[in-house]
Design a protein around this ligand. Structure first.
Ligand code: ASP
Length: 579
């Protein structure tokens, strides 16, 4: 049996007079003065079917049974719609299919939600993901994802990169999350870790002489799920030997340009802007600044050092934002609350009224030089952050984002890409009282910063970089340590004992000792890229089958209890009964 001559969305006026067979889902059914209209839908779009009781009495009879989402096969003749029934918004809006024959192929009970319904409970959507995926937005996301990955693969292949698959069952690689473990039946008591990324495998591949590697790699991170985190994510993972930063950046720019051009028809301008981490954090209070709007954070510390205003004089760092709006007391109180949520002690301000005069309880303490520095246009407000530099950056950075959005300063049509470079090598973990790698333990110190690993780790910068698009971290990478001695020093700094170095990373140290070329790479988060590319606010809806916030799949019921026999084979005994 022939199912279809064309996809539903492909029928055009050129086919008028032709007999066609179409198959698809009943999207809507309408009864109109003796005629029945059905929109038949598939991935390509919809085609209107008309069932006239005189022309097709059998088909007409059947239409009474048809409900939304029944699968139908329809035979008929393409005819022009009456002029007043033409729908210019639809590619098939000028025609309809006059049916001769209609068959119900599959039935469907009343739906748990309508496909065009908004704000459906996520669990209900995920439980019925087959229906959810039929919705327009998800059809577009999943197709866009396939197209994007296709473009990525092509650019990488054309640049001579080899797609090399790395194991799913492996050893832990530290990307800063918890590992998912898989018990090894053949070695009871031992576990594989699912890769948080193919980081160490790709480094080994460089040492093995495959000097241009890429992979669309699935990564597993056992994290508490937040709006911007997934437990199962996908990366475009890249590594090169004998790396050159400009070459690597320009290759990645080529990849992004191709994706934006082919998926959206948008021509990005390259090379992308570059900014050091220090500048990003000082000027925008973030290592992933959204450059679609200004509202830069400004430095005041030099001028406020001798301030009569005690809070400024005492603070190691004072910075401010000049916001183009004169806020009321009530609004300022709300902003102060917001600032406190991000760790501020308070929120000093100066409001410049329409008269251009500064109004604030602190004005009387401020010197000429201070007032000159803060001076803003009539109808604006200066908001201050005072304290430790990191805290000031965080508070003002968050305020900047919030106010940028609230005041409509963000150019929603703009695409602003930025390389953030020279990340710190390590950061102090106050709870654990030790240094932590900012990127991962394999990132190399910046040129000339190798000695700082021992003398002043906090001042060491890494040859590490992120690619930020519209304020979202799309990718990140680094050049790696290829000298075993330097790697050992960094391990030591991170308080990884020699025994632990051997047991966890012995293979890496051995490989580094056997002719390791300089190497470096980057990984792009496919889901994050789709969020930006497709303006999709929900990270999970960039995947066909995501887990919910609790890491569960309401459709399959995973994770599920294991068969006790299976657990016995694994020599595993649950100590907590499953909830
Ligand atoms: N493995 C790193 C990550 O997943 C990326 C890289 O360093 O290439 O973030």
């Amino acid at each position: 049996m022939k199912w279809r001559d064309l996809m539903c969305g492909e029928v055009r006026p050129e086919q008028i007079g032709k007999k066609l067979t179409l198959s698809g889902w009943a999207d809507t059914r309408r009864d109109h003065g003796g005629l029945v209209f059905i929109d038949l839908r598939d991935r390509s779009g919809v085609c209107q079917l008309v069932i006239n009781p005189e022309r097709a009495p059998g088909a007409f009879q059947l239409t009474h049974e048809i409900r939304n989402e029944f699968v139908l096969r329809a035979e008929g003749e393409v005819v022009a719609r009456d002029p007043e029934a033409v729908n210019p918004k639809l590619p098939t809006g000028e025609i309809e299919l006059q049916l001769d024959k209609l068959e119900i192929i599959s039935r469907c009970p009343p739906l748990p939600f309508q496909l065009n319904e908004e704000n459906v409970d996520e669990t209900l959507r995920l439980r019925n993901r087959w229906l959810d995926l039929r919705r327009d937005r998800l059809q577009k996301n999943i197709a866009l994802r396939a197209q994007m990955v296709g473009v990525m693969r092509r650019v990488m292949e054309e640049a001579g990169f080899l797609d090399i698959q790395t194991p799913i069952l492996g050893k832990p690689t530290p990307e800063g999350a918890r590992d998912f473990l898989v018990p090894a039946r053949l070695q009871p008591g031992r576990f594989y870790a699912l890769p948080q990324s193919p980081q160490l495998y790709k480094q080994i591949l460089m040492i093995a002489g495959f000097d241009r590697y890429y992979q669309i790699a699935v990564c597993f991170r056992d994290e508490d799920l937040r709006a911007d985190r997934l437990q199962e994510l996908t990366q475009l993972d890249v590594e090169v030997a004998f790396p050159d930063l400009d070459e690597l950046f320009s290759l990645m720019e080529r990849m992004l340009k191709a994706v934006w051009s082919e998926c959206l028809g948008v021509e990005l301008e390259a090379p992308f802007q570059r900014m050091t981490w220090d500048e990003a954090v000082t000027r925008f209070g973030s290592d992933k600044p959204d450059l679609r709007f200004g509202l830069d954070i400004q430095e005041a510390t030099k001028v406020t050092r001798d301030s009569e205003f005690g809070v400024f004089a005492k603070a190691p760092c004072v910075r401010f934002l000049q916001v183009p709006r004169a806020y009321s007391r009530g609004e300022l109180a709300k902003l102060e609350e917001f600032a406190k949520e991000w760790g501020a002690g308070g929120l000093a301000y100066i409001v410049y009224g329409e008269d251009g005069e500064p109004h604030s309880p602190i004005v009387k303490f401020l010197s000429e030089a201070e007032l000159e520095l803060f001076s803003s246009a009539p109808g604006s407000t200066v908001l201050f952050g005072a304290g430790e530099p990191a805290a000031v950056a965080r508070v003002l950075g968050q305020l900047r984002l919030k106010l940028g959005e609230e005041l409509g300063l963000i150019d929603e049509d703009a695409w602003r890409f930025l390389w953030v470079t020279d990340f710190p090598l390590v950061e102090w973990d106050e709870e654990e009282k030790r240094w932590d790698a900012v990127h991962h333990p394999f990132a190399r110190p910046a040129v000339g910063h190798e000695a700082l690993v021992e003398s002043d780790p906090g001042a060491a910068r890494a040859l590490a970089y992120d690619l930020v698009g519209n304020g979202v971290e799309l990718g990140g990478g680094s050049f790696r340590i290829h000298e075993p001695e330097l790697q050992e020093k960094v391990f030591e700094l991170l308080r990884i004992s020699p025994e632990e170095q051997r047991s966890k990373f012995g293979f890496l140290l051995d490989a580094l000792a056997m002719g390791a070329p300089p190497h470096g790479g980057i990984a792009f988060g496919i889901e994050r890229m789709l969020m930006v590319l497709g303006h999709e606010p929900n990270l999970r809806d960039t995947q066909a089958f995501p887990k919910n916030q609790a890491g569960a799949d309401p459709m399959t019921g995973a994770p599920s209890e294991a068969d006790p026999k299976h657990l016995r084979e694994l020599r595993i005994k649950p100590i907590v009964p499953p909830s």
